[in-house]
Design a protein around this ligand. Structure first.
Ligand SMILES: Nc1ncnc2c1ncn2[C@@H]1O[C@H](COP(=O)(O)OP(=O)(O)O)[C@@H](O)[C@H]1O
Ligand SMILES: [Mg+2]
Length: 450
């Protein structure tokens, strides 16, 4: 769909030359009439058209022909249009003017990813939910700023360092950067430097040939290689062992990896995003992080604001997580009482959004008759358990056993003797809770096996 006839003939000619069947039209209404008559696999449209524009066509196509892929052409310098199109459901965009190769690549990639989408359509609601990519919630000025940064950076291949406390949404931001980028149909590969034992880091990152070490019974591709054509997310990079840092730097700089036990260099093409909750500049100063690697990764940095600095987003986030929990577990709850919400807005949230999400999920799951109860707030928020924010070990110490026994008794009190609930109040697995009750002789013998 292109209103300029010469341009359109040229595009159609290129595509026909590659064996595609092409139908051309010059207006949104004509395109919709054609689609109704004969469905197509892919619609490619210019953003700017006389009368109704490409966005209107996109909206109609999404609503009426959901199986049809959509490729939007936008003018150079209007990345906002591209982002809006992708948000509205376009599969990809092309910035004009584009070259023949870019056109063919985009068409082929879009059709390929469409086929994958079709294959995956049978996935359950929950799985789709978990895989949703652009999922950041928040309207505070600091979040608005973050969205603008993400939109701007998504259009580039720049390395981005995501900074911010734990649970502030660094991984979510990384996924958004990928989802809005040209690499979105390629893989998003995350590797968490803190989660891998030091001895395995190298094979995890770079891969290993069969027989490279004892137990390497087959060839394994490393994460850098797996991210080919997509985005590599280096999570918790501050934890990367110093010994690994020069190897990573070299791989990033030269764009090649060598598997352990291998001799050939394998070219990699991945966009690099890194995250850390440490102050890397400080780590560099302390000699725990290599300066050259730091500068290689810190081309652009984006900082996720802690939740306590954007409290106005808390009610919005609560709603978001309530809805998610309701969907996930098929339950419904009444809106949170305002006193409870006020308490949540006032809390310090050391664990940020992750902590908030967990607290909300717990309140919803423990609700009774659709009503959530302040009594179900965990320690520091509920203020009932001994882990109360103000609790300090007295200088003279305490008897730990008495302390624990007291906590168990109080939990049973609050839950009205319901032991499953009492266990949840203490954040203990049910079995562990029962074991402790017995240990302190708090379990009535006639109830031994609930
Ligand atoms: N702005 C946000 N909107 C919605 N959910 C969020 C937001 N920020 C974080 N979360 C959720 O909080 C949890 C932690 O986010 P994550 O991106 O893993 O944090 P980090 O990587 O900074 O530790 C995830 O469940 C994520 O979905
Ligand atoms: Mg994380």
């Amino acid at each position: 769909m292109e209103d300029e006839i010469d341009q359109r003939k040229l595009l159609a000619g290129i595509l026909r030359g590659e064996g595609y069947a092409v139908a051309e039209t010059g207006s949104v209404d004509a395109a919709l009439a054609d689609l109704a008559a004969a469905p197509v696999d892919l619609v490619m449209s210019d953003w700017k058209l006389p009368g109704r524009d490409g966005m209107e066509l996109l909206t109609e196509v999404k609503a009426r022909f959901p199986e049809t892929a959509f490729l939007m052409a936008t003018a150079y310098g209007t990345i906002a249009h591209a982002v809006a199109a992708v948000r509205a459901g376009a599969d990809d965009y092309l910035t004009k003017p584009f070259e023949r190769a870019a056109l063919l690549l985009a068409v082929e990639r879009t059709l390929r990813s469409r086929r994958l989408v079709d294959e995956n359509r049978r996935l359950s609601e929950e799985v789709r939910d978990r895989d949703r990519l652009v999922d950041l919630v928040g309207k505070s000025p600091s979040m608005e700023r973050l969205y603008r940064q993400v939109e701007k950076l998504a259009g580039t291949d720049a390395t981005v360092l995501l900074a911010g406390e734990s649970g502030t949404g660094k991984e979510l931001a990384a996924r958004a950067l990928h989802a809005l980028s040209r690499r979105r149909t390629g893989p998003f590969v995350a590797v968490n430097a803190a989660a891998i034992p030091e001895t395995l880091v190298e094979s995890e990152f770079f891969g290993a040939e069969k027989g490279a070490y004892t137990g390497a019974d087959r060839m394994r591709k490393g994460k850098l290689e797996q991210a080919q054509g997509g985005t590599l997310f280096l999570d918790e990079l501050g934890e990367l062992p110093l010994s690994m840092q020069p190897k990573l730097l070299r791989a990033l700089q030269e764009g090649v990896v060598t598997r352990i036990g291998g001799s050939s260099e394998i070219a990699t093409d991945a966009r690099i995003l890194a995250a850390t909750n440490r102050d890397l500049a400080q780590e560099v100063a302390a000699g725990r992080f290599r300066e050259d690697l730091y500068y290689r990764l810190n081309v652009v940095s984006v900082t996720l604001p802690p939740l306590r600095e954007r409290r106005e987003d808390i009610p919005l986030l609560v709603r978001h997580f309530v809805a998610r929990t309701e969907r996930r577990y098929g339950i419904r709850v009444e809106p949170f009482p305002s006193a409870l919400l006020a308490r949540m807005v006032d809390h310090g949230w050391p664990g940020n959004v992750r902590e908030l999400a967990n607290v909300v999920e717990r309140l919803v799951l423990l609700s009774e008759g659709g009503r959530v109860s302040e009594g179900d707030l965990p320690g520091p928020l509920g203020g009932k358990a001994p882990a109360d924010a103000g609790w300090r070990l007295p200088p003279g110490g305490v008897s730990w056993e008495e302390h624990e026994k007291d906590a168990l008794r109080q939990a049973l009190d609050i839950s009205g003797g319901n032991r499953a609930r009492a266990a949840r109040l203490l954040d203990l697995p049910y079995k562990a809770f029962l074991y402790r009750l017995e240990k302190f002789g708090l379990a009535p013998s006639d109830e031994q096996q609930t």
